[in-house]
Design a protein around this ligand. Sequence first.
Ligand code: AMP
Ligand code: ZN
Length: 500
Amino acid sequence: MALKLYNSLERKKVTFEPIHKGQVGMYVCGPTVYSDVHLGNIRTFVSFDVIYRYLMHLGYKVRYVRNITDVGHLEGDADSNAEDKISQRARLEQLEPMEIVQHYMNGFHNMMHRFNALDPDIEPRATGHIIEQIEMVQDILDNGFAYIENGSVYFDTVKFQKEKKVYGQLSGRVIDELMTETRDDLKNQSEKRHPSDFAIWIKASPTHLMRWKSPWSIGFPGWHLECSVMSTKYLGEYFDIHGGGNDLKFPHHENEIAQNIGSCGVAPAKYWLHTNMLLMHGKKMSKSDGNSITPYELFTGDSPHVSKGYSPMVLRFFMLQAHYRSTLDISDEALQAAEKGYKKLMEANKVLQGLSFDTYASAKTETDEAILKLMQETTDGMDDDFNTAIAIGKLHELAGYINKLANKQLASSQISESTLQNLKTFYQSFIQDVFGLRNESEQNAEDDKTLDGLMQLMITMRQKARADKDWATSDLIRDALAELKIQVKDGKDGSTWSKV
Ligand code: AMP
Ligand code: ZN
């Protein structure tokens, strides 16, 4: 089966045909770095991580670009007197905006690594592309799709629609509908010719912290501009996949398309992929609404929403149990079930990798057929718009066969050697390479081994210090270990250690 994906632009599943044979260019809208990344953001980035991994698994050479939004943007984009979230934070904490950005960007990277998400190939930052953004504003002005008002530049959606007839195609919004929408927070409405017009350059108020020189004013770029600019710069005017959460369809992505067509005459992406929202208590998890739980709270269990802590891999598995286009509601029961499912899969893989028999079936058996069919169905699930829910279900069914083979409910004469070898490679590569699931208990065992090695070294050093009557060093070691809640017991067969 060929890879199919749901193209939001066409509102249907279509066969994936890359623009350049064997290559895929993918742009995903990254985080705005003014506070800790929340689990909803992580769900979106984990979904695209699996999409990235699966495309590579299929043999494509993928260039994955995910930006960092580090220019602070205003709610409702037009009031230059309002303060953006990054500046608000900077003022509150008496820091440079770039210190805020650096802090939360580091936190984001750290969290992505804990969730075992691969780094993108390019991670451009909006502040590093101000010149290109100014150039694009100029191109849009030159093409007649924008106007200048009091130092700000607005995209002329009405003129654009009249000539190009595509505004609203992605989101299904109609300009007339947008006209009737009132937005109380849009104070600079008067500068716009039409309520659906949007700012592409905003004149900064005297107190606005993040500001750059431009031909129109000292100001800052509109929110949607950076993605148009950076996707074009690194992937070309027309590339394969553009992704983001479905809350970005409008206005962000709709306006991105308008800007690209307005500046270079070409819509940016062939396929638009949108992930669905992570919910808590049936509502979108959102930083600004306070309806969110931090990953740290989930790791430690320090939250009224959960009965215990859950590891990053359990959370990753939990997310993959749902298809990226379905909503996912987080609850303690669902996480407990995910923990069981994750452990079962890890255990099955470990058992499978250790399986080997003296004798095998000499010809293809029913078991062979059933296993090969399930392997095919796992791949079919992923080929069907990256349906991780189906694929994981099939891996669980395969776990049933693995366990039966291991406990001899199924004799080794029921399976041929080549099927077992196939299954070993397939299972390992799906779990590790495609789903990005690490076996945490193996990791923990390795960490324990390292710790034990270090402790044996400490014990030897302490014994040497005592033999040398170097009481200062031996006390230092004893006190430092006590601080770490590690107890060393001296017996006649040597010393042992334990955590107290
Ligand atoms: P932001 O930092 O708010 O710009 O969001 C970064 C990414 O996370 C965007 O693609 C959003 O669509 C996505 N996102 C935000 N909230 C959620 C949520 N509750 N569930 C899934 N994705 C989300
Ligand atoms: Zn974007």
